[in-house]
Write a protein that binds this ligand. Structure first.
Ligand code: SF4
Length: 238
């Protein structure tokens, strides 16, 4: 395994990395965070998805807030929901009430033939970019490493659509996810924040007020402040 426990980075950072590398560095390297309505709603949805004991419904064992890690990707995090569907000749035992207890027993008995499905909750609607799919695929890769299983697909639930969307974990998505994890580690090692590039996506970014992409795109920060100073002096002289 290339990584140790001390090297593990937050799995959720992949979503920020795929959206904007600068946003990822501002949040996870510089520790900047700006709360707005959308981020607050997202956190409420995640808390709701995480809360609650594991349960068995229609023969499927449902776990919430399952801790995840991968030493090959160097990631750690939590899965909102993971469903364990048994093969036709087995049932999902629901005697053990604790998540760790049930999982320990299940892994000891073996998960051959079980279908393991990670489900991630999002407040908005499906996105064109790979942010959410990569985050979900990273969860699946953690589960595969932890449980020695193969996971074909997961699901993304979008609050605005009120339904789940299937996400197949094909080779391309797995490669994109592995590459993103390596890029994340390189970013943390370098400790540098990429410069801002003003794009349409900045309009939906919670860090817009602190990132200042308009100022940065017109030149360096110092040039921006020089310009501001000249403007204010011109107003004073007038
Ligand atoms: S405002 Fe734009 S450049 Fe700045 S962090 Fe957000 S998306 Fe990235």
């Amino acid at each position: 395994m290339p990584y140790t426990e001390d090297d593990l980075l937050p799995l959720s950072a992949l979503q920020h990395l795929l959206f904007c590398e600068r946003q990822c560095a501002l949040i996870h390297v510089e520790r900047l965070w700006v709360e707005n309505r959308f981020t607050a709603e997202g956190q409420v949805l995640h808390r709701q998805a995480h809360d609650g004991k594991p349960q068995t419904r229609d023969g499927v064992r449902i776990t919430r807030g399952l801790p995840l890690s991968s030493f090959s990707l160097g990631l750690t995090g939590k899965a909102d929901v993971v469903e364990f569907r048994p093969p036709a000749d087995q049932t999902a035992d629901d005697q053990a009430t604790s998540l760790a207890g049930w999982l320990r027993e299940r892994v000891a008995l073996g998960l051959a033939g079980w279908t393991v499905t990670p489900i991630e909750y999002k407040r908005g609607s499906p996105k064109r970019n790979d942010c959410d799919r990569v985050q979900l695929c990273a969860q699946a890769l953690c589960l595969e490493e932890m449980l020695s299983v193969h996971i074909e697909a997961g699901q993304l639930f979008y609050g605005e659509k009120r339904r789940r969307f299937d996400v197949p974990f094909d080779e391309q998505l797995r490669a994109t996810t592995t590459e993103a994890a390596a890029t994340l580690h390189a970013m943390f090692q370098s400790g540098t924040t990429p410069p801002a590039v003003r794009e349409k996506k900045c309009d939906t970014c919670s860090l817009l007020p602190v990132c200042l992409p308009d100022a940065m795109s017109r030149g360096s920060a110092s040039k921006h402040f020089d310009r501001q100073l000249k403007q204010s002096l011109a107003v004073t002289d007038g």
